[in-house]
Design a binder for this molecule. Structure first.
Ligand SMILES: O=P(O)(O)O[C@@H]1[C@@H](OP(=O)(O)O)[C@H](OP(=O)(O)O)[C@H](O)[C@H](OP(=O)(O)O)[C@H]1OP(=O)(O)O
Ligand SMILES: Nc1ncnc2c1ncn2[C@@H]1O[C@H](COP(=O)(O)OP(=O)(O)OP(=O)(O)O)[C@@H](O)[C@H]1O
Length: 512
């Protein structure tokens, strides 16, 4: 295993910016205890802890380390670099993802995340918006050293829920999306950088014919809104969110703006704001009011806006809505979410077929013998997409959009093994798109002395209210593979969400 460290250097870290070093320079690279200085806790989700670099080594400046956690669900062994490495994917999953053979070669979760982000999600969401990162090796000495800062800054419930995996042998080194690269030497009086992180969740109402009559409420009420009732009952949230994903994905600036205003009122885990990489707004720890946070935000926005105090949050919301609307990233994400064509009811049936068959060739024969007529209705294009080169939504879809909605459970049951595989595969790609995050980063183009700081790789956005110009970039976060064994879990959760929502609505109706 390589142990050399090319990252020692005397330069100062840049303020809110970094030199665009080539990540390739860090390939096959191992982090030791002495490399731990400067790596500080940035944030975490249920599966990963993210450390940002605040040190002086040019090669790390502008990067974050994404470390897999050892949770109750996952004992962390999947990130140990073993003497006899085994693939992370099961045999069934290797078949499921057979268009991407590199996925079944991954022997750690981090490597799997890297391949999936690079080979599946990046082509689907665009190279500009996805950084699949680079795998780096970690020693226990490094992990022990960085864990001190993690334990000091982690929220208590996170600390009790899961911990850093001290045996993880690898992690992903990714661009810090809350910073911009800068030409070295041009850092004096650099304007500050503001980042808004959004977790949009499911942006559409399903209308598949596979949805049973008892669950028809799913056609009218978003999964997000229904899930709020269950989360409230489970004590996961203290108040219901006002946010509606349909507004965010409405495709128009007013809808996006409305969604942002709703998110600011009830952030939960759907919105966070960072100034120079430091979180300044997000779901309050006690789940209560955001009034104080809003007051603080109004003041802090002064660092990046020419607007007067009292108007900044409102103007900022308009600016973010305008940039998101122009970028079309939400439309792109929505298209991917809709690869969940036959809803969980259909996907679960396809899953049973896919996993119930041991031999795909045999399975196809069996299926065709039992259901010739219905099966013949499928569009004549070949279903197998093995070797389709660069992946695009059109290649993944099983059939044209106009016929999809009519497909009922009987039709799903009639599918061949290969067709069932495609239904499940597409559902899991959509599941990643329904759970990922978006980071929008903005920096005033001019500093207070009128000096411009443009960034070659970033576009320029104009605030619709003040006309102030910003360099801007957008990146997707957390594009991990969702595992096959989650399909039955999704099925029961879906049922639980619908049942809880229906029960709550009935109770409410009785009270009225
Ligand atoms: O099922 P959901 O919609 O609650 O999504 C889970 C998220 O909960 P949320 O509702 O966004 O608070 C959940 O987020 P939190 O940990 O609650 O912030 C995870 O993102 C989880 O994914 P994974 O298990 O880490 O792969 C997510 O699970 P997946 O459904 O995406 O597998
Ligand atoms: N490349 C990045 N640049 C800047 N910040 C990042 C980056 N990646 C992650 N983060 C921060 O770290 C947090 C946790 O990262 P991430 O979403 O990858 O964790 P996760 O455990 O996979 O999340 P989930 O619970 O949704 O599965 C993010 O919410 C974000 O604030």
């Amino acid at each position: 295993m390589p142990t050399s460290c090319p990252c020692h250097g005397p330069e100062d870290p840049f303020d809110g910016a970094y030199a665009a070093n080539k990540l390739e320079e860090l390939k096959e690279f191992e982090l030791h205890e002495e490399d731990a200085e400067g790596w500080l806790y940035r944030g975490e989700g249920s599966a990963n802890i993210v450390l940002a670099y605040h040190g002086r080594r040019p090669s790390f400046i502008g990067r974050v380390l994404r470390l897999r956690k050892a949770s109750k669900k996952d004992d962390g062994t999947q990130n140990q670099v073993k003497k006899e490495p085994k693939p992370v994917l099961s045999e069934e999953e290797a078949k499921l993802w057979r268009e991407w053979p590199n996925m079944s070669k991954a022997t750690t979760s981090a490597a799997l995340a890297h391949v999936f982000a690079c080979e599946v999600m990046q082509p689907l969401l665009g190279e500009d918006h996805v950084d699949a990162g680079l795998l780096v090796f970690l020693t226990t000495g490094f992990l022990e050293a960085v864990s001190r800062d993690v334990l000091a800054k982690q929220r208590e419930w996170r600390r009790n829920d899961s911990k850093m995996d001290m045996t993880a042998g690898v992690a992903l080194l990714i661009t810090d999306h809350s910073l911009f690269p800068i030409v070295p030497g041009r850092v004096k009086d650099l304007p500050q950088t503001i980042t808004i992180e959004i977790k949009p969740k499911w942006g559409y109402l399903p209308d598949a014919a596979t949805i049973s009559e008892e669950n028809s409420v799913k056609r009218h009420v978003t999964r997000f809104a229904m899930h709020q009732h269950l989360k409230l009952q489970q004590g996961k949230i203290k108040t219901m969110s006002k946010y509606c994903p349909l507004d965010l994905f409405s495709g128009n600036v007013e809808g996006i703006h409305k969604a942002l205003v709703q998110m600011f009122e009830t952030p939960q885990n759907n919105i966070r704001i960072f100034l120079k990489g430091v979180e300044i707004f997000g779901g309050p720890e006690d789940g209560g009011s955001t009034n104080e946070l809003m007051v603080a935000l109004e003041e802090k926005l002064g660092a990046v806006m020419v607007a007067p105090e009292g108007e900044r949050v409102l103007i900022f919301q308009r600016l973010v809505a305008s940039v998101l609307n122009k970028s079309k990233v939400l439309d792109q994400l929505l298209r991917l979410q809709k690869l969940d064509t036959y809803a969980i009811e259909g996907a679960n049936l396809a899953y049973s077929k896919f996993t119930g068959m041991t031999d795909d060739a045999g399975a196809d024969d069996e299926s065709e013998a039992g259901s010739e007529e219905v099966g013949a209705e499928i569009d004549s294009r070949p279903v197998s997409t093995v070797g389709f080169g660069r992946v695009c939504i059109e290649n993944l879809a099983l059939e044209p959009e106009d016929t999809q909605k009519k497909r009922d459970k009987a039709w799903i049951k009639s599918l061949s093994w290969e067709e069932s595989r495609c239904v499940v595969r597409n559902f899991l790609i959509a599941a990643t798109a329904k759970d990922c995050g978006i980071m929008l980063t903005l920096r005033p183009l001019y500093n207070e002395h009128g000096t411009p700081f443009s960034v070659p790789s970033a576009s320029v956005a104009t605030c619709p209210t003040t006309g102030q110009q910003y360099v801007s970039k957008i990146a997707f976060l957390d594009l991990d593979t969702k595992r096959l064994k989650k399909i039955p879990v999704y099925y029961s959760l879906d049922q639980q969400i619908v049942d809880t929502y229906k029960a709550c609505s009935q109770q409410l109706a009785k009270l009225l």
